[in-house]
Ligand binder design. Structure first.
Ligand code: MTE
Length: 324
């Protein structure tokens, strides 16, 4: 009961009016003009967990990269301001307006531990990792399980390249992402019923898929803290909660990991979480989505429209709950 009351982002708009109003959520969804209203909402509430003051936004480094035209958004790119001010990052707040709280994230220096069933385990600094990776820009659609969506130019490198560098052993069946859990800067960690740290996972096939992308920037600049700086993953055919932010560990495992939301409520969130408009969430429809910065609801597509890249991976897995 406690969990249900507090998990704001899982509650459909029509059932969540009081919370939504309190968090400035409708205002944020309604468009550029109303984002100005969302900011005072944040200043007022500072996120539900947060005693953290709103901090000034950190400057972002330029990160220009060649766009890979193989990956096109297929719709208008979301205005940058929308994508960087309407966020889910529970470590900082349940509110969507967590920009101020997230500025506490210390992103430099940052290193990633590559570990588990691989021949080349290592702890590598982000700068060194980037020197080894082919950095490019890709425009991806992002579909949150809450039914909002955006289209974003991400800067990053294929997860497949990181996998290749690590040389996984044949026994490795899954890649597990663990994200930062720093009590000093992340007030959300005080909510102990959440299974911190935020953990997510993929099969090896999924991790090697062309679309799986490790992200270090957006809109030609480094990732802002609220979007998962300095390293997150983008998996555009899956619901957004699979795209773990602020990753500190990548582990190769023989065992399927229990991911954050699955650990909290496995009747509603599973391991696969592939987008499918025909499979409703137990508490709301997934048939349509609202594009950030617009009131428009558009039909959701299976695999979020990326079937040509990913559908083959699942053809022998019909017994799995692929869409939750
Ligand atoms: N990663 C961490 N560490 N913590 C989170 O709360 N939220 C997820 C995902 N990754 C989350 C996370 C959810 S529910 C979504 S929809 C996306 O991040 C949101 O990414 P965005 O804020 O960049 O739009």
């Amino acid at each position: 009961m406690l969990i249900r009351t507090l998990r704001g982002w899982e509650i459909p708009e029509r059932l969540a009016t009081p919370e939504a109003l309190m968090l400035g959520r409708r205002a944020a969804l309604a468009g550029a003009a109303t984002l100005g209203l969302a900011a005072p909402a944040h200043a007022q509430f500072g996120g539900l967990f947060s005693s953290a003051p709103a901090r000034p936004e950190q400057p972002r480094k330029l990160m220009p990269a060649q766009r890979n035209e193989k990956f096109v958004g297929g719709r208008v790119i979301t205005e940058e301001r929308q994508a960087i001010t309407y966020n889910n990052f529970y470590e900082f707040s349940m509110s969507k307006s967590l920009v101020g709280a997230a500025q506490a994230l210390v992103v430099d220096p940052w290193s990633v531990e590559i570990t588990g069933l691989c021949a080349k385990p290592q702890k590598i600094g982000l700068e060194d990792l980037l020197k080894k990776m082919p950095v490019e820009e890709r425009v991806y659609r992002h579909r949150c399980v809450e039914t909002w969506a955006m289209t974003v130019p991400w800067v990053g490198f294929p997860l497949a390249k990181l996998v290749e560098m690590a040389e996984p052993k044949p026994e490795a069946k899954y890649v597990v992402f663990t994200t930062l859990a720093d009590k000093a800067t992340m007030p959300g960690l005080g909510q102990r019923f959440y299974p911190w740290p935020y953990t997510e996972g993929l099969t090896m096939d999924e991790a090697r898929n062309d679309l799986a992308f490790m992200v270090v920037g957006m809109y030609g600049k480094s990732l802002p803290p609220q979007n998962g700086a300095p390293l997150r993953v983008a998996l555009p055919w899956k619901y957004g909660f699979k795209s773990a932010k602020s990753i500190v560990k990548v582990e190769f495992s023989a065992k399927r990991p229990m991911s954050f939301w699955e650990g909290l409520q496995d009747s509603e969130y599973g391991f696969w979480a592939n987008v499918n408009p025909a499979v409703p969430h137990p508490r709301w429809s997934q048939a349509t989505e609202t594009l950030l910065g617009s009131d428009e609801r558009v039909p959701t597509k299976i695999w979020n429209g990326y079937g040509e890249f990913v559908a083959d991976m699942y053809k022998d897995l019909s017994k799995e709950k692929l869409y939750m």
